[in-house]
Design a protein around this ligand. Structure first.
Ligand code: AHR
Length: 324
């Protein structure tokens, strides 16, 4: 073969090699190495200690797994959550974690996420939709059960006789609706237990205190117990009771939900009588769900996070182990 023909053949072979190399599939990431997921988290706000603990858990877990988190605080407004979800979809996140402030009004947004093939993991609160395939999974407590536990505890403590004032959560929110339902169901068995006043304190300590002050102004001598849909409102009510010259936990019983460390301290101090623990440390479960969804693994429609009631008799021993 002539030298020029050999040169041509070598050049053609090397061009072919370059083509083959550049078309070869990219090497897989070594086992155990994260591919660098991008996840959007639309959080309700920072209305309670519980909420702050949930945010921390999700942020920490994302960092631990090498996942980039886009975090958005909706300041208790659904409209802000819709804006956040639109931004997440426009950016092309791999998955969305949503803690929905209210139950209704999510269908159009969830349809948009589904059209974009982005799985939506609901944490802590549920939604009402005609088609539950619009979200991937829900990780939350059984709020009806929590209300029931609070109601049954109060019935036992008072022998089924007491006038109650209720501090409700955010109107339209899953825990506000369900915790009311469970409590109402429990006390319905006791004709001597009556809710004499009920109003929203929006899950905040400030509003809980304000609403309780208003209740005390008109009815102080008639109130024997407070049922607060979360600890922060319960702790606000305790302040109001004290400022009205009464002894919280003795003159007026207080039962709430969440199980925050502050609530355990109030039980140790004698001002709060009982709280139902509702675990906010949902980061690990939320990202397990994200990773399973992206790997195409089946997930249950709901994972129930266990809730447990604690009263003053258990508070001193349990307070040391509180993580939030
Ligand atoms: O959805 C859970 C509730 O929301 C918690 O009880 C409350 O503290 C929070 O704001």
């Amino acid at each position: 073969m002539r030298t020029s023909s050999v040169r041509c053949l070598l050049a053609a072979m090397s061009a072919l090699c370059i083509t083959l190399v550049s078309c070869a599939p990219k090497p897989e990431a070594p086992t155990g190495e994260k591919k660098g997921l991008l996840v959007g988290f639309s959080q309700i706000g920072a209305e309670s200690g519980w909420r702050t603990a949930e945010t921390k858990s999700i942020r920490e877990e994302a960092e631990k797994r090498g996942i980039t988190l886009r975090f958005s605080d909706a300041q208790q407004k659904q409209v802000n959550q819709v804006t956040a979800l639109n931004a997440f979809i426009a950016e092309g996140v791999d998955a969305i974690i949503l803690a929905p402030v209210v139950k209704d009004g999510w269908e159009p947004m969830l349809k948009k996420a589904r059209d974009a093939k982005i799985p939506v993991i609901l944490v802590d609160r549920g939604v009402t939709v005609s088609d539950d395939s619009l979200y991937t999974t829900l990780i939350a407590a059984d709020f009806v059960e929590e209300g029931r536990l609070a109601g049954e505890w109060l019935a036992k403590k008072t022998g089924g006789k007491c006038n109650i004032v209720e501090l409700q959560g955010t109107p339209g929110a899953d825990p506000a609706i369900e915790r009311k339902k469970g409590f109402d169901e429990a006390i319905a068995k006791y004709p001597g237990m009556k809710i004499i006043r009920s109003q929203s304190g929006d899950f905040t300590r400030t509003n809980g205190k304000e609403v309780m002050e208003a209740f005390l102004k008109v009815d102080a001598s008639n109130i024997q117990a407070v049922y607060a849909h979360n600890d922060d409102m319960g702790l606000g009510a305790i302040q109001a009771i004290r400022e009205a010259g009464l002894k919280p936990g003795t003159d007026i019983l207080v039962v709430s939900i969440d199980g925050e460390k502050d609530a355990f301290q109030a039980m140790v101090d004698g001002s709060l009588n009982a709280t139902v623990e509702c675990n906010p440390l949902l980061g690990p479960a939320a990202f397990d769900a994200v990773e399973a969804a992206l790997a195409g693994k089946p997930l249950p429609k709901k994972t129930v996070v266990k809730s447990t009631l604690y009263d003053q008799s258990q508070a001193a021993e349990a307070i040391g182990g509180r993580k939030y």
